[in-house]
Design a protein around this ligand. Structure first.
Ligand code: PHE
Ligand code: NA
Length: 498
């Protein structure tokens, strides 16, 4: 093998890994509450429009660029021009920050697998989630205690990431994804079928599938769709660039991007049916309208679902086990892609062994996670995630699109990808990545920055939100700093890439 980092053994392996990264907590936990918050059916139209005009074109861009440049994000951009290397650090640094709290949510799912055996939430899953499970304090500056139950599962999640990434691309990522993805699909199909066949489910489904055209003029709904598509397709994190660099040299790009994008969003759509079916059932049982059966949207998976489970006539333990196990698998297969993106950068730049990079990333990552296991953890998570997505990943998306489309040149990448792809893309793609995406996405970032000043996010005190602003700026400084360092193996940079 010319590639010292190993490569995917088969195309199926790549697709499973890319879908493994894409399908995650975002598809089940985040998608359902974002759809719920944005009016159910009103959300689906912007969601699919953004998928087709931004999501899939960006996937083509990231996969194509990674395959062409054959390196981690840092190496890929440095090979274009050292001037742009910082961009290849910015994305993985955002990945690293995401990892520190994403692993905590995966930890919760493991806790809930345990609680499932005893149905520990009893008949008040809300109090259980916030008080017993999270030990939530009354405000962000009251840190509270570290929750030992969460600390333990978060440690296990990091250990699992460590083992898989330590084994490398073929034996770790590819093997794990080939097992996880089919299993996940089966588990979620069972849950969805159960949800759809409950009494009252149709009322929930109606809410989900009935479009509300009046909401289409609401920029908030579009912003939410942008954010969700980026999060759900793992865009703006350097993940797809890294994974694509492990493909054999002349691999298909366009079809792989379509399969990943449509597969991921099809999965979300299916899960949404199950979730809204369950909400309909709860409305039916309690006599409360579907819109009002839950109030805490962020807790949808951890509050509403156990609540619905406790109303089921039979097999409560089994169904809650299946659900939280599915969430766990979805989360783990995404988190390994984040770890891999960071590890790949370190290996390329500092010419260190995989095992050293993995120890470093997982060790520091676990320490970073500890803050979110405290009583104020949910507040920190909410704030950091908001800034990391809005002024991290989305901004990376704008800059990356501009740099690749204008400096590398969209037409050059397209003409290189088309002959090796199953089918070709036309000039429309150039127009999307040169103008449409940077403009709409850029507008969306600016709009949310303005909203931020008018109405501080989530009603948190400014002192706490400044933490988010500082984090957003520090990430960029760190990226520039890493980019300025010398390459341990300069020759990597000049290797001929064709
Ligand atoms: N796409 C994953 C999800 O939907 C989250 C993720 C984002 C994973 C970025 C990797 C990189 O949950
Ligand atoms: Na996803």
């Amino acid at each position: 093998m010319e590639d010292k980092k190993g490569a995917f053994e088969s195309r199926l392996g790549f697709i499973m890994a890319a879908i493994g990264s894409a399908v995650g907590l975002g598809n089940i936990w985040r998608f359902s509450y974002i759809a719920y918050e944005n009016g159910g059916g009103a959300f689906l139209i912007p969601y699919f429009v953004v998928l087709l005009t931004v999501g899939i074109p960006m996937l083509i861009l990231e996969i194509g660029f990674g395959l062409r440049q054959r390196g981690s994000a840092a190496l890929s951009f440095a090979r274009l021009d050292r001037k742009w290397e910082w961009l290849g650090w910015w994305a993985p640094i955002i990945s690293f920050l995401l990892m520190t709290y994403y692993t905590v949510i995966i930890g919760w799912t493991l806790n809930y697998v345990g609680y499932s055996f005893f149905q520990s939430w009893g008949n008040d899953p809300e109090t259980f989630f916030f008080n017993n499970h999270l030990g939530l304090t009354s405000g962000v500056w009251e840190i509270g205690n570290i929750q030992i139950n969460i600390l333990i599962t978060v440690f296990l999640v990091w250990a699992a990431n460590f083992i898989i990434i330590y084994k490398g691309v073929q034996d770790g990522v590819e093997k794990a994804s080939k097992i996880f993805m089919p299993l996940l699909f089966i588990l979620m199909a069972i849950i969805t079928l159960r949800g759809l066949t409950l009494p009252g489910a149709m009322a929930g489904i109606n809410k989900y599938l009935t479009p509300d055209f009046s909401r289409l003029t609401d920029s908030k709904v579009w912003l939410a769709a942008f954010g969700q598509i980026f999060f759900t397709l793992s865009l703006g994190f350097g993940v797809m660039i890294t994974y694509a660099s492990y493909l054999p040299k002349k691999s298909d790009v366009v079809n792989n991007a379509f399969i990943t994008g449509l597969g991921n969003c099809g999965f979300s759509f299916m899960v949404g049916m199950g979730v809204f079916g369950v909400l309909g059932y709860m409305a039916h049982q309690t006599g409360v309208p579907v819109d009002e059966v839950i109030t805490q949207s962020i807790g949808l998976a951890f509050v509403a679902f156990p609540k619905a489970i406790s109303m089921l006539p039979a097999f409560q333990t089994l169904f809650s086990l299946i659900f939280f196990l599915a969430l766990f698998i979805a989360g783990l297969s995404s988190s390994i892609s984040l770890v891999e993106a960071v590890v790949a950068n370190l290996m390329d730049k500092f010419n260190i062994e995989r095992n050293k990079a993995v120890i470093l990333v997982c060790g520091i990552g676990f320490l970073g996670s500890v803050i979110y296991t405290t009583g104020a953890g949910l507040y920190f998570l909410d704030i950091i995630d908001h800034f990391n997505m809005q002024f991290g990943a989305a901004l990376v998306g704008v800059v990356e699109c501009l740099v690749i489309a204008w400096i590398f040149k969209a037409s050059r990448l397209r003409e290189w990808m088309n002959p090796i792809s199953d089918f070709s893309i036309g000039k429309w793609w150039d127009v999307l990545v040169q103008y449409f995406i940077p403009l709409t996405l850029g507008f969306s970032v600016i709009k949310s920055a303005i909203d931020e000043f008018i109405k501080p996010y989530g009603g948190y005190p400014i002192s706490a939100l400044s933490m988010g602003w500082i984090a957003a700026v520090v990430l960029i400084i760190l990226a520039v700093w890493f980019a300025k360092m010398n390459w341990a193996n300069e020759r990597l940079l000049n290797q001929e890439v064709k």
